[in-house]
Design a protein. Structure first.
Length: 120
């Protein structure tokens, strides 16, 4: 997710009907990846907080419907009203689940795509 020099890629989220019909889109989120980096010898590791541009989330967003398509709502509750509420929430906001950082940083020697956490 490292951005090159210059401006980030511009994405017209409103051009995609999927995003135009959502209450919330990636363009409305502030996302930051947090990891430990080697600091000065006498200070030790320090947190590095890096903004993640919404355009760099495009590869992760290819799986945007995974939660709504795989969630076993009938197993979560037998109440029909609660099932409908869960389906609605998963359809509207489930796409954010695919933005989670999959690679957790264990040490400062881990690759740059590993993070302590992703803050949204």
């Amino acid at each position: 997710m490292e951005q090159g020099k210059g401006s980030p890629l511009q994405v017209d989220w409103q051009a995609d009907t999927y995003w135009r019909n959502r209450r919330l889109s990636p363009a409305q989120l502030q996302v930051h990846d947090i990891r430990l980096e080697g600091g000065k010898a006498n200070v030790g590791p320090m947190l590095k907080i890096k903004e993640v541009y919404s355009s760099t989330l495009l590869p992760d967003l290819e799986n945007r419907d995974q939660l709504v398509n795989t969630m076993r709502i009938e197993e979560a509750t037998k109440n029909r009203s609660e099932q409908n509420q869960l389906k609605t929430l998963a359809a509207e906001y489930g796409w954010m689940n695919c933005l989670r950082s999959r690679r957790v940083q264990e040490t400062i020697l881990d690759p740059p795509d590993h993070h302590k956490c992703r803050w949204m």
